[in-house]
Design a binder for this molecule. Sequence first.
Ligand code: ZN
Length: 414
Amino acid sequence: MHTEGQTHSRVNQCRWRWVSPAVGMLVGLCGCTAPATTHRAAAPPAPAAIAAPATYILEDIRPSSTSETTHVVITVSGPVQPLVQRLAQPDRLTIDLPETQLAQQWSQQEVLVADGRLQTIQVTQSQPKRVQITLALQDIRDYRVAVQSAPHRVTVELLGAVPTAYTGARSTKKGAARVASAQPSALAPIICIDPGHGGHDPGAIGPTGLEEKTVVLQVAKELRQLLQQEMPQYRVVLTREQDVFVPLAERARMANAQQAQVFISIHTNSSPNREASGIETWYLSFAASARAKKSAARENMMSEKQLSMLELILRDMYETDRINQSAVLALNTQQALAEHLAAQYPGVIPRGVEGAPFAVLHRTTMPSVLVETAFISNPHEEARLRTPQYQRALAQGVLRGLQQFLQTAIVALH
Ligand SMILES: [Zn+2]
């Protein structure tokens, strides 16, 4: 049995060259267009001790375009041996990944690219242990496939100039951001929202008994709903859905495992001074001030002595780029939140952005911030925090900051 498309198939002949996976470099390229049959990439010699093949997880698929080429980078958890075919009517490339499964939350995905070379990317679990990725082609001159180890990636490069209608938008910086944001990961990118505290840890408690853990969960759920409405190209993950205690390390692990693009931890502030009020946004840094140390110690549930140990670790693990991105995200969030609230609630004080060694931000691997939405210790702000209107306004402000960050930083993040 065959399909019409397969009858007219023409498969690129690839010449593969392998080096030890330990080298971790781009190792194979093919580009000629001689008619051939299905091609399986040669594999490096397998160690004799491995009896059954491992099952790999498809972790990510990410397209990007320039005026000359379209790249599709497929990231898998292990050394998969891809099977690549070019089929006609309609013109398409199929990339079969044997011994590979989609992560549980993905059953089937189709992403529109439409850059003049690549129309769509479809991802399916075609067999219990086989993933098939189909690139629906528009107009290409040729293609190349490369396999890389550490990380394990299959990169498909589609070659051929495209009409200026597809590339003109890239002539400005703003245009570049638009092109990139029009090409989301086939496995939709994730925004991780972290409502602080929970369960036996109530967080800060207001003068009339309002608990931080309750308010921040409500704000987080409101933010999720807004994100789903206004940014449907993202998926939203909450680190907790209920009044349960989740350790800080587990919150960060969840965000890292999902490869979230950003991590936003939602809290309310507290001070012995009942007059203190306003909004603060924090990002990971060395403790710059005594006040920053106090805040970090409170949210980390650590003594300040334990905190100094964390600072030492941080000095060894300083991640300049991620911290810079986090600082930008913090600034965007703080400004948008302050502006949005000022329009509806006069007198809300924008206290600014500061760096501190928050444990939950230290453990994540993506741009991460912690928003202190208001002072629950201030009677006036506690009363506001109880209301759904204020909770919604907080969520709207955070959403605007996030939108601004993602629109301007998405190219740099990729
Ligand atoms: Zn807190």
